[in-house]
Design a protein around this ligand. Sequence first.
Ligand code: FES
Length: 195
Amino acid sequence: MPTTPSSLTGPCLGDCLSRRHFLAVTGATTATVVLGDVFPGRVWGQDPQTPAELTTLSRTPIGRLSELQADVPVMFDYGGENAINTCMLVKLGEKAGGGIGEDQDVVAFSSRCTHMGGDIEGIYNAQYKVAGPCPEHLTTFDLTRHGMVVAGHATQALPQILLEFDGDDIVAVGIVGLLYGYANNPTLGNAPDSQ
Ligand code: FES
């Protein structure tokens, strides 16, 4: 169980953390504690009691670190030949959950909104490090916290792409979370089931 910061236990006199901010901070902390031992340096999940769904796929180079510019998203397709899914690779410029690189700030996510599949391809706010708002119903996802929802209708985080380095190459090796529109993620050689 996460401990409650002492600054949050007294009466709120105007400049307290908002409830949403509080949940974001404590939720991310709890997920880090629970999952950190399973995926050292790479942790995911909004509900600390539920293991993150991890799908491993063939290693796919998606970009080069030397060519990435901070806060400039790069789009790529991933998910296997039977389930092409457009994704967003971005160097956030600040440490992120699941981030790789010297600053642990290189992350990638599906760009299909988890609410109803809205297209958030390339919609990125560099100031707040979020994807969105989704053009359909305005859901916004925090890319520093495993794509968790920070506003809008969606209840599931954006599926995060598991990344590794191979020299200068950035390589996608799996997906954490369920791609929108499928009952299960693709696995090697198998097509996913449509919902
Ligand atoms: S489809 Fe994105 S918020 Fe509804």
